[in-house]
Ligand binder design. Structure first.
Ligand code: NAP
Length: 204
């Protein structure tokens, strides 16, 4: 059975560090395919602070186009209710993927707040949790997570590329360039859709 990695994130916008994380996790865990899943209506974020799901989905599609092992799923974008990782994992398991072949990849700071997620204690029975090291985050936070989470968690070391979506949004807002921080097609999309020009917290 082939191994499937689910790359979950807000992707507002997707950038080269996300792509690098996906590729490094794929290689180091011998994962066959990575499915990017932009969040729909994140339960833990105020709606207006996040760009429309369709824009984030479109940018994720553009960033991964032409990479054979990468694809993008609309499953959370199309959900009308707040999206919870547990529901997404169950959807994939219902398609016949075995829990031992399913990997959920996300950022370390997202993992460090996992105890606030719906039914988080069930996640290790549905998949292997994977997170990536990144500059500025203290791995010691992992030691404070419940034992069942720590046992399931794989930490993959990624070359230190310090790019964040927050920084990209701020650069656009300040009129500074984002060339080579995001794929060219994503840069063009941000420009033509007029994303991130308003202040943080205002509607785009
Ligand atoms: P986020 O805002 O997308 O990201 C949190 C941090 O992790 C940011 O620093 C982000 O960097 C980084 N990051 C995001 N995705 C990453 C990835 N795949 N690989 C490496 N770094 C990544 O986080 P979020 O909105 O909390 O969501 C992360 C995932 O957790 C989503 O799949 C979401 O559905 C899930 N989640 C589930 C629940 C729940 O089930 N109740 C609650 C919270 C989160 P950038 O800012 O540069 O992207």
């Amino acid at each position: 059975m082939s191994k499937t990695g689910i790359m979950g994130g807000t992707f507002d916008p997707i950038h080269y560090a996300h792509l690098l994380v996906a590729e490094e996790c794929r290689r180091s865990l011998d994962i066959d395919r990575i499915i990017f899943i932009p969040t729909g209506m994140p339960p833990h974020k105020r709606d207006h602070a996040v760009s429309p799901a369709e824009d984030r989905y479109a940018m994720t599609l553009l960033a991964t186009a032409g990479v054979a092992e990468f694809s993008v799923s609309r499953t959370e974008v199309d959900r009308r209710t707040p999206t919870h990782t547990i529901d997404t994992l169950r959807e994939f398991l219902a398609e016949g993927i075995a829990p031992e072949d399913l990997y959920f990849i996300t950022g370390l700071d997202a993992i460090l707040s996992i105890e606030t997620w719906v039914d988080y204690e069930l996640l290790p029975s549905l998949c292997t949790l994977v997170t990536a090291t990144r500059p500025g985050y203290d791995l010691r936070g992992i030691e404070r997570l419940p034992q069942e989470i720590r046992k399931s968690l794989k930490v993959v070391e990624i070359p230190q590329v310090s790019i964040s979506s927050t920084e990209i949004r701020e650069r656009v807002r300040a009129g500074r360039g984002i060339r080579f921080l995001v794929p060219h097609l994503v840069e063009t999309y941000i420009e033509s859709a007029g994303l991130y020009r308003e202040r943080e917290g205002q509607e785009n």
